[in-house]
Design a protein around this ligand. Sequence first.
Ligand code: KIV
Ligand code: ZN
Length: 387
Amino acid sequence: MTRKIDIFDTTLRDGEQSPGASMNTEEKLVIARELLRLNVDIIEAGFPISSPGDFESVRRIAELAGDAATVCALTRAVEKDIDSAADALRYAKRPRIHTGIGVSPSHMRDKLRITEDECVERAVKCVSYAKKFVEDVQFYAEDAGRSDFAFLARVIEAVIAAGATVVNIPDTTGYSLPEDFGARIKYLMDHVKGIEDVTVSVHCHNDLGMATALSLAGVRNGATQIECTINGLGERAGNTAMEEVVMAMRMHGAELDAHTDINTREFIKASRLVSSITGMNVQANKAIVGANAFAHSSGIHQDGVLKKRDTYEIIDPAEVGVGASQIVLTARSGHAALKHRLEELGYVYEGDELDRIYTAFLDVADKKKEVYDEDLEALVNESDREL
Ligand code: KIV
Ligand code: ZN
C-alpha cells in the first residue's frame, strides 16, 4: 500500500487571492459543497480577520463540513488573527488553525524587519497561542523556498516542539527548481527532531510554471500533504492545480509511493464551477480540465486514437468526468478521422468515394479553423449531387 497524501484545498483562500476572483459567502459555500464531493481532506475556508464576509464564510463552511473534512482558517503570527480564526471555527468538528511567519532573509529583513531569533520566537509564540484553542495547528514558514536550510530547520524544529501538528513548507514565490525543492524537504526530514511525528505539507506557487513538479518533488522526499487549488487558481501565476497533482499521483503512484482519496470523476464539474463563479477562464490547453485536454486534431494522432485510445491518451477521460475523447476535424485530419465522423453521422464512404469527399473536405478545412458537422452534411449533399 502506498502512502496516503492529504489534499489540502485552498481555492477559497489562496485561490481567491487571484486578482478578480473574489467570492461572496454563498459562492464559497457552493464551492465548498463541491470540494466535499471531491472528498478533499482539508478545506482552507478563508482568512477570518481579513473581513466580516470572510469570517462568515469560514463559520458557515465549518458548519457545512461537519466531520467530512477538516476546516482550516488562516492567520498571521498575530494574536488577534488567531482569536478571530478560533471564533470562526467554533462549531467546526475538525478545526485547524493555520498560522505562520516569513522565514527567508528577504521576508525577515525587508518585510518584517526582525532578526532570526525574533522570527523563531514569534513562530513559537503563535503556535503555542493557537494551541490554546485547537489541537490541530498548522505552521507555515512563508517563503521557505528562498530560506537558509539550517535556519528553516531550526524554525520547524521549534514549532514542532511548541505543538504544531502540520508543518507547511511553501515555495511562496514559485522560485525553486524541483530537484532543489525536493532536496530541501529531504534536508528537513533528515535534520529536524520530531518531524516524523507531524505531517509535512508543501504549498507551491506557479511563477515558473513548475508548481506541480515542485509539489511532487516534495512528496517524493517525504511530504504527505499537498496544498492546491481547482484550476491552479491563486496569487499571481497561481498555486499547484489539484487536478494535475492528483492525476500525476494516480499515474505514478508506485514510483511516488503515493495515493489520494480524491473522487477524480468530479474534476470537470469542479473546474467549470470554479471558473463560472470566479470568472477566471481555463485555458484550452490546460492539463486535465482544458477544453483541448482530450481533443485530437492531427491525422496521425486521430488515426492512432481511433485504433486504440491509449496510443495518444494517458488518461481515460471518464476518470476525470469528461464524456469521451474528441476528434476535431481540421486541415491536419486524415482519411480515418473523416470516415469515422461521417459514419457517426450515418454516411459510409469507402475507396474512391472516400478519396473524393476527402479532397472536397480539405478544400473546406483549409479555409476554416475547424470543420463542423453541418459542413460535412453540405459536403455529403454536394457529393450525392455529383453522382
Ligand atoms: O504562499 C504562501 O506562502 C502562503 C502561506 C500563507 C501559506 O499562501
Ligand atoms: Zn500561497
